[in-house]
Design a protein around this ligand. Structure first.
Ligand code: HEC
Ligand code: HEC
Length: 269
């Protein structure tokens, strides 16, 4: 006890304490400082972009140009954003193959890791919509009824009432939306591929997009029991009307014929 207080009184004690305090603060700072982490993230990001550039040069540059500026065979990708790449490559549309009225969905040839790298590279060429987070596109907790209403006003004219798809002009078509991943539905709305208009957050908020995804999820899931009975392919009023005409009117005609036959028989006897 005596020894300690003697040391405390030593003229150098204050300096030692100060130095120790400084070292501790410095150590704590380096341990918790965000700067070094940001630097590591930065270099990981530039590595991702570098890898994406390599993939791009092999698989995409022939049509979209060496710097993404576009050629006669493909549009410029500057500013389309990571979301467009994630959608186009993630649904197998890109790389495009044979020319036609519309580039269709096909087998996906890149892994999700490679798609992320391609997306990072394209995003580095110019700002555009980011890939949505799970929180944004997951249909959980969304309003299905509201989604149905929004779908009928914004999408049904091309994709039909429950998203079964339909033909457009010049050999183009709006595809069936059954089984399309929520993430890709969100990105389609964000980026408006080919003949589809885009629905940025200013026209259709993130919350509304989620409602639409929840609606599509509900009408296309196998567990949905159709409260109206037979769903007739979910094609809307045309097929339902046709059903009423053929079976409804058919039944009426059958009854009329039966009544006429009965009266004819009754007259004879
Ligand atoms: C054979 C030529 C060809 C190749 C190869 C090709 N594309 Fe495309 N790409 C097109 C054409 C044509 C379009 C325009 C039609 C469309 O939107 O689908 C297009 C459109 C796109 C779009 C949408 C642009 C927008 O405005 O939203 C993206 C993103 C894209 N390509 C990315 C890629 C990536 C990434 C690759 C390589 C993995 C690739 N493409 C390979 C021809 C090609
Ligand atoms: C003017 C017609 C039109 C309207 C309106 C429209 N779409 Fe589309 N949609 C299309 C066309 C055409 C394609 C095919 C584009 C392609 O293959 O690149 C498409 C593609 C899609 C895809 C991709 C499907 C797949 O198989 O990968 C989704 C998802 C989609 N639309 C959702 C919607 C939603 C949700 C709305 C309403 C908010 C909507 N669309 C409004 C025409 C339309």
């Amino acid at each position: 006890m005596k020894k300690l207080s003697a040391r405390r009184r030593h003229p150098l004690a204050a300096v030692v304490v100060l130095l120790l305090a400084l070292a501790a603060t410095g150590g704590l700072y380096t341990a918790f400082a965000p700067a070094s982490k940001a630097k590591a993230d930065d270099s990981a990001q530039s590595l991702t972009i570098e890898e994406g550039k390599k993939l791009y040069e092999v698989g995409c540059a022939s049509c979209h140009g060496t710097g993404g500026q576009g050629t006669t065979d493909g549009p410029s990708l500057v500013g389309v954003g990571a979301a467009a790449v994630d959608f186009q490559v993630g649904t197998g549309r890109m790389p495009a193959q044979q020319p036609g009225a519309q580039v269709p969905r096909k087998k996906v040839i890149y892994s999700q890791g490679e798609i992320d790298q391609l997306a990072a590279y394209i995003a580095s060429l110019g700002a555009g919509p980011n890939v949505p987070t799970k929180n944004e596109y997951s249909p959980e907790g969304a309003d299905i009824a509201k989604g149905g209403e929004l779908f009928r006003t914004n999408c049904a004219q091309c994709h039909n009432f429950t998203g079964k798809g339909g033909a457009l002009t010049h050999g183009k078509f709006a595809p069936d939306l059954e089984g399309v991943a929520p993430r890709h539905i969100y990105e389609a709305m964000q980026t408006g591929p080919q003949n589809m208009p885009s629905f940025p957050d200013t026209t259709l908020s993130s919350k509304n997009k989620k409602d639409i995804i929840a609606y599509l999820n509900a009408v296309n899931s196998d567990e949905t029991v159709n409260p109206g009975g037979l769903e007739l392919g979910g094609l809307g009023p045309v097929s339902e009307g046709l059903f009423a005409w053929i079976f409804g009117l058919g039944a009426l005609i059958a009854v009329a014929v039966w009544v006429a036959a009965r009266t004819a028989k009754a007259k004879k006897s």
